[in-house]
Structure formats: C-alpha cells, structure tokens
Design a binder for this molecule. Structure first.
Ligand code: AMP
Length: 513
C-alpha cells in the first residue's frame, strides 16, 4: 500500500478535523491537506517532469509544508529525501548529489546558501523556496489519483547522522514505514482524531516519522512557530493543544524539566512524550516522572530500523515497586512486536542472557539496504539481520540494556568500562546537570577515565565530592582519574553528545603539553 493512502483515507473519515497547524492556528483540515497533496503530486509529475521513483529532497526546518510535501511525493510515487536543515551546506550538497534528487524544497533562510548547487549537481533541476510563487503554483490545478506503488518501493531515503564518515542513505520502503506505523499502535501508544503530535524535534528524523501514525488516525500535526524546540514554546503549545504527543531526544527532555518555565505551567494536555535516540539517564527520568507524571515511553531504533527495535512502555515507567525498577529505567525495554532482536558475538553467534554483544534485529521495519552502497548494505544486513553497531545485553525477562557503542567503551588495565555506568553515578549528584565520560590514552593502563561535567548554574562541585560518590557506587577502577568542569558539551544536530570531539580535545591537550 502506498503510504499516501493513509492520508487519502484519513481525509475520507476525518475530513473536518485539523490536519496541520502552525503554533496555535489550524492551517488545513484533512480534506484540504489531501486536496493539496493530490494537486501537488500532479504538478510534480507534469510541470516538473518527474517520474515515479525519482527523489525529491526536503531541506527544510520544521514547517507546515513538510507534511504536504512528504505525502505529495508519495502520492505521485516519488521518494522523499528529508535532510536535516542544520547540516553544513557541504553535507547537504553531498546528500543532494548522492541521492540524485531532482528537486529540492528549501526553507527560505537556507535558499541563498544552497542556490549555487543547481548548476553544480547534474541531477538537481531546481531548488524551490517554500515561500516563493513557484511553490504556491504547485497547488493550482486538478487532483491526480494516488499512484500505485510496490510495497518495497523506496519511500524515504534516511541519511544517517553519522558522527564519523560520510552519511549513508538508509532505504526505507512503503512496507517498512507501514510496519513502523502499525507498530506504533501496538507498542507505543493509541492515537485518535482528537490528538496531535507537536513537532518540536526535527521532522527529517524521528518526529517526522511519527507524523505517519498520527495521519493514519486523523490527528493534528502541530508545527511550533520557531520551527524547533524551546521549553517555553513547548509548554505554551501543550496548554493550547489537547492530547499532545512529542518525540524528544533525551537532551530536550532534560532542558524541559530544568526549565524555570515548567513551574506553574499547565501540562494537563500532555498525553505522551516518546523519547529515544540517545541514552536517557535514570536520575533525569525519575525527575521527569516526578514533574510530569506517567507520560513517557522510551524507544530504541535507528535510521536503518526506523523508531522500532525495542520499547520501554509507559507501564514499566509506572511500575515503581518493581525490584529492578532502576535497571529497567536504564534499559531500552523489550523487543517490538514485529521485530526479532538478538545479541551476537563477533562471529554472529547468538549470546546468552547477560552477555554483552552487538544488537541485531530483523523484521518488516528493517531497511532494504543503503542507497548505492552494496558493500555497506551487505555488511549491515549479513545473514538477514540488521547489525545495529550498538552493544547490549538482555536480562532474563527480555529487557535489553545498551552498553556504549564499542568505540566509546574504555579499556583500562584490561578491564572494560562502560561510560554510561559512570555517567549514571555522577548524575546522582543533584548539582550535576550533564556529564560525558570518555577514555584518554594512558601509557600503563591503555586508557584512563576522564569525566566532562556540566554543573548547574551557580553550583560549586569539586572533583573530591564526585570521587566520593563514585567510591560509594562503582568499582574503584571505573572512577574518573580526571574531571573537567565545562559549561556545555559538544552535541550534534540531534542532540547527541559528540564523544569523538571530547576525545580529540584530550588528544590535542596532550600534543600541546
Ligand atoms: P539514528 O539512526 O540517527 O536514529 O541513531 C540511532 C542510534 O541512536 C542507535 O543506533 C543508538 O546508538 C542510539 N539510540 C537510539 N535510541 C536509543 C535509546 N533509547 N537509548 C540509547 N541510545 C539510543
């Protein structure tokens, strides 16, 4: 089934319900949105001469044009290439060229910087600003019928955020994203036409993907006027829109719960915060639960298996009396309904409960492969399983705990140290806002542990106090040998801490010394 059918059907059953809103205002109901996409689809094919299976890039901040462009492209049988608008123009150029996109839709403030690409990239025939008359013209004319596509046709080319090397394009098919959509209802949350999703996180990534289950049920997609996330605006939108769901990176949640604006805010409309994409620390989650109630679901996924590998359901967050409550909060939960998840050694042999290995998964949601990269596809999908590159282990009840990625693991004196474990301990100190632990080369030990600590504003924490905390909770050899108190941590565009950059900083210091 073409994903565009989700919208066609929602428009039939919920035509008068709000479909797209900007800030506090409804812009289109479902009937209007479906009409716009069906007209747009025809114009993409006829006016721009595109053909089914061509790629159309969306280099846009979160904006109300996002849903109509995604669904319009699918309606026409085209594939969408959503690109993170915060990437460097060089990275954007790479993705546009590599994907062979024929058109790129761009946010007004990005247009000038990207305009030269039209001459430079042979496949790219035009760049269309979403505020230009050219864009408006795409919505004039007659509707075109929804194009029939094969289930395994490309729908969304998802470029991985890759903290190292070139991004790879995970090919997500209509079948993959339909499986993701169904699984949202099975494991994450129910949705009705009374609900909405507020896109505070990038729509080129998880938040945009979660637009699908919301369209399927005729729910509203609300785009913040800022096109992004601030705690203040998020709280205003919660007060305005009932049944509000968000997808948050953990750092967004930390910012929200540490915001002074939260005190006195009316959060009764908040239905669900789905969080994932990076580790969520237990202390932060406990505080979030205390402040906002049982509104949380954690997911673990990756571009290659979009939003769908494991889930830590709302009920596990609420089960405070469970003897392993803290361990469960520190886990990423259990395998999703239609996904098999395993842990394997370096020869792809399954490992028993309790042993750490690479997390692998297979199921309908797993990508078809990487665009124009058969070697990487064969490696990632060898033996029919997606190799996630994440290290983890299962407990006896099927809860998966992720260890740090192998490149982040510290080996000191021959012992493995998982930074996450040390970070969890340091965050127990109430004056520690954020922390990241990395390894530094050491002549005798191989590596030694260094902690970068962001104290709360005005707090005076000492290395001695943190060392005492570690002595209380973890083995002596895991304690940081050095503490760096810093104002902030380097993060990528999706809020993930860049440990590579922290390690480089330490290397540089060594060279300079
Ligand atoms: P991306 O493909 O950009 O979505 O990044 C996926 C990666 O983010 C995964 O391979 C994990 O390393 C990490 N990740 C995703 N969800 C979680 C989670 N719930 N907890 C910890 N790390 C996560």
């Amino acid at each position: 089934m073409n994903l565009a059918q989700l919208l066609v059907k929602a428009a039939r059953s919920h035509g008068d319900r709000p479909a797209v809103s900007l800030g506090r205002q409804v812009l289109y109901d479902y009937r209007q949105l479906a009409h716009r996409t069906a007209v747009l689809a025809g114009n993409l094919l006829v006016r721009h001469g595109l053909e089914p299976r061509d790629r159309v890039a969306l280099v846009m901040k979160n904006s109300p044009e996002y849903p109509e462009l995604l669904f319009g492209a699918w309606h026409a049988g085209l594939a969408a290439v959503p690109v993170n608008a915060k990437l460097h123009p060089r990275e954007i150029a790479y993705i546009l060229e590599h994907s062979g996109a024929r058109l790129a839709f761009v946010s007004p403030d990005l247009a000038a910087g990207l305009a030269p690409l039209v001459g430079e990239i042979p496949s790219l025939q035009a760049l269309i600003r979403t505020d230009a008359p050219d864009y408006g013209a795409l919505f004039a004319g007659a509707e075109t019928p929804c194009h029939d596509v094969q289930d395994d046709a490309l729908a969304w080319l998802f470029y991985t955020s890759g903290t190292t090397g070139r991004p790879k394009g995970a090919m997500l098919t209509h079948r993959n994203l339909l499986a993701m959509t169904l699984n949202y209802f099975a494991d994450v949350d129910g949705v009705s036409e009374q609900d909405c999703i507020v896109h505070a996180a990038p729509m080129s990534h998880g938040s945009g993907l979660y637009g699908l289950p919301h369209v399927a049920k005729g729910a509203n997609q609300v785009i913040p006027e800022s096109g992004g996330f601030t705690p203040e605006e998020t709280l205003e939108l919660i007060a305005r829109w009932p049944g509000a769901t968000f997808f948050f990176a953990p750092t967004m949640l930390t910012r929200l719960i540490n915001s002074p604006a939260l005190a006195g805010a009316d959060t009764r409309n908040l239905k669900t915060i789905v969080y994932g994409g990076a580790p969520m620390y237990v202390e932060d989650m406990l505080e979030a639960l205390r402040l906002l109630g049982h509104k949380f679901v954690q997911i673990f996924g990756q571009g290659e298996s979009p939003m769908t590998i494991t889930v830590l359901p709302r009920s596990a967050h609420a089960d405070t009396g469970h003897p392993r409550y803290r361990e469960r909060l520190a886990s990423v939960g259990v395998a999703r309904l239609n996904v098999e998840v395993g842990v394997v050694d370096e020869h792809d042999r399954p490992l028993p409960v309790g042993q750490v290995g690479e997390v692998v998964c297979r199921g309908e949601v797993v990508m078809a492969g990487y665009w124009l990269n058969p070697e990487a596809s064969a490696a990632a999908l060898r033996g029919g399983w997606l190799h996630t590159g994440d290290m983890g282990c299962f407990d006896a009840e099927g809860y998966l705990t992720l260890k740090d990625r192998s490149k982040d693991m510290i080996i000191s004196g021959g012992s493995n140290i998982y930074p996450r474990e040390v970070e969890e301990v340091l965050l127990r100190h109430k004056e520690v806002l954020e922390v990241s632990v990395v390894g530094r080369p050491h002549a005798d030990w191989g590596e030694e542990v260094v902690a970068f600590v962001v104290p709360r504003p005005g707090a005076a924490i000492t290395a001695e106090v943190l060392d005492a905390l570690c002595l209380e909770h973890i083995a002596r050899f895991k304690r940081p040998k050095d503490y760096r108190f810093v104002e902030s941590l380097p993060k990528n565009n999706y809020g993930k801490v860049l440990k590579t950059e922290l390690r480089l900083r330490l290397e540089q210091e060594k060279k300079d010394a």
